[in-house]
Design a protein around this ligand. Structure first.
Ligand code: GCU
Length: 323
């Protein structure tokens, strides 16, 4: 896609069209947040910019859209940090299983402006610049047959997101994995290429995975944010004042996303239950212990994550110290 120009009725001055992509449905919190992003920009710089949102893979899969964004053909997108790991290994920190003990710790970390700033500091090489992080809840395994313990993962093949860390995670779990683009998971389940997947509860309903996978096990193995990223070429091409408007718009979108998230999850759980999905509590400690050695392995093989890793871990220990 190319940034088109459109003429407003009342003036001959051309507006720059800002194209924003994501792969979720229009009911997803990411999309609702992007409506706020659009509103903010058009309210504060509507004479210069018109924002167009392309949901549900209309601008391609995550893997395709990030390339369009890096080339400057689209200006913003929402993408899981897992998809950014191949470009910059620092992003792998978010994919470390059980990096956090609670969702509150995770939310505190991803909304820390220093974390986003740190990731954006190598933006010239990456071609994308993160402006805000959205919660995507916690990820758990779901499959066609029940996963009650880590033993039940063995011998089964699960779809995982992009990035080396996800493959490593499955190795540490002694299970097989297949990296499949988000929009292709349903058909892979249907064709029997995989036995299950792992995600938050929304995927059961919006991506219809719950039609095929009837057992969702709350092991909470990862908490991986979605990031609102801008094209670095684009962000470098605009005046500083405009950059500040986009940055504020991203923070506004972040607030909206966090506000609607919990309610969306509750609704998704109800809808999934109506589809016949059984939600199972499992022994999280069993999962955590099985995979614990991956932390040391990650720090050894990706030394560039050290600072962010320590920051993330310190949130939990600060709380423990206060007790
Ligand atoms: C979640 C997340 C997406 C991601 C997807 C996936 O739905 O919000 O950004 O693409 O998981 O598993 O690929």
């Amino acid at each position: 896609m190319t940034a088109a120009l459109c003429l407003p009725f009342s003036s001959a001055q051309a507006k720059t069209v800002i194209e924003v992509a994501h792969t979720q449905m229009e009911t997803h919190p990411d999309h609702i947040a992007l409506l706020a992003f659009k509103d903010y920009i058009e309210k504060h710089a509507g004479e210069t910019y018109e924002v167009q949102i392309f949901p549900n893979k209309k601008a391609g899969s995550n893997e395709q859209a990030i390339e369009l964004l890096r080339a400057g053909s689209i200006q913003f997108m929402i993408i899981s940090s897992a998809n950014l790991e191949p470009y910059n290994r620092k992003y792998s920190v978010f994919s470390i299983p059980y990096l956090f003990s609670t969702e509150e710790e995770y939310e505190k970390f991803i909304t820390d402006p220093d974390v986003i700033e740190d990731l954006g500091s190598r933006n010239e090489d990456d071609g994308f610049t993160p402006l805000a992080a959205f919660t995507a809840g916690s990820r758990s395994f779901y499959a066609k047959s029940p996963i009650r313990t880590t033993e039940d993962l063995k011998g089964k093949t699960f779809r995982v997101q992009n990035g080396r860390t996800n493959k490593d995670m499955m190795d540490f779990f002694n299970a097989n994995e297949m990296t499949i683009s988000f929009g292709e998971v349903y058909s892979a389940l249907k064709k029997g290429l995989i036995d299950g997947a792992e995600n938050n509860e929304l995927a059961l309903v919006e991506q219809k995975h719950g039609e095929i996978c009837k057992f969702y096990s709350y092991d909470h193995h990862q908490m991986i944010p979605d990031l609102l990223v801008g094209s670095t070429v684009f962000l470098y091409s605009i005046p500083q004042d405009d950059y500040e408007i986009f940055r504020q718009a991203a923070l506004e979108a972040q607030q909206v996303e966090f506000t609607v998230w919990k309610d969306s999850i509750e609704k998704a759980k109800k809808s999934a239950a109506q589809m016949g999905v059984e939600f199972m509590e499992v022994n999280v400690e069993d999962f955590r212990k099985t995979i614990a050695p991956i932390h040391e392995y990650m720090l050894k093989t990706r030394p560039e994550i050290k600072e962010l890793y320590d920051k993330a871990r310190s949130i939990g220990s600060q709380k423990a110290d206060k007790k």
